[in-house]
Design a protein around this ligand. Sequence first.
Ligand code: GLV
Length: 329
Amino acid sequence: MTPKILITRRLPEKAFELLKPHCEIDYYDRETAIPRRELLKRVAGKEGLLCLLTEKVDPELLSRAPGLKAVSTVSVGFDHVDLGACSERGIVVTHTPGVLTETTADFAWALLLSCARRVVEGDRFLRAGRYKAWGLTMLLGSDVHGKTLGIVGFGRIGRAVARRAKGFGMNILYYDHRRLDAVAERESGASFASFPDLLRRSDFVTLHAALEAGGAHLIGEKELSIMKPGSFLINTARGPLVDEKALVRALQSGRLGGAGLDVYEKEPRLAPGLSKLPNAVLAPHIASASVETRTKMAALAAEGLLDVLVYHRRPAHVANPQPPAPIPS
Ligand code: GLV
């Protein structure tokens, strides 16, 4: 029997083409997020759900689709999916790690450099007609080369950020709940530091940790208060890792030199005051948004769904801690 699936957003053609011959597709073929009510209605009767991080996959949704066998999210993060609830119902959850590593690391660097060297401020200054003559003290930023970079979360993306930091001659620190072995650590060019030590010593702190249960506000008032005065915070991971109101206060007071953010605590809303701050560079969650990478992510998500529903084999990237076994046929 041809499996019935719901796709919640317009996909790159290549990914859609992968699914078309094998599935009966209910396609929300739009660039905007599917309204929750419509999602709940259309998921009924489906065996597969191909979704984005904007769709909360929770017990309410699962109760509408008792025949659901696979949820495939076009994202590396899966904090929008209730894994426990999926596992209980034997639903395999797949995601898209690996293919976005380098693109996301590039973007963390784009934010870091933009903040440190005031690129966005400079652009606004020029467009506003305020550039009248070259000035010795105009828009002074902070050097990047030779400074200390603190990487919080040293998985694939954190390590890709470290590789780039070597080219800038930086002193690289990392913190992760799992320390690398000595060989891997040497190869990475980074030294392990405790979390508080990393915060105290880094000129730039960049977050690459997943949002796990209880992981909200990894960076709160206390952590911000021990960061080096004038240092910068970069977040391309997940918004709730940072207490955004406390961050606004630290940026307003000048305690922090700046922040480069791609993700927000209550995305897509911003904490009051954040959008007014000249020392914040704000991007709309686009760290993995290159044509090449988004195409690969969508194709990988499509393959994950097909693996479960059509080929009855374990997908390459299963998010469930103890994947429901066997893969349903
Ligand atoms: C984006 O944030 C992702 O998780 O892929």
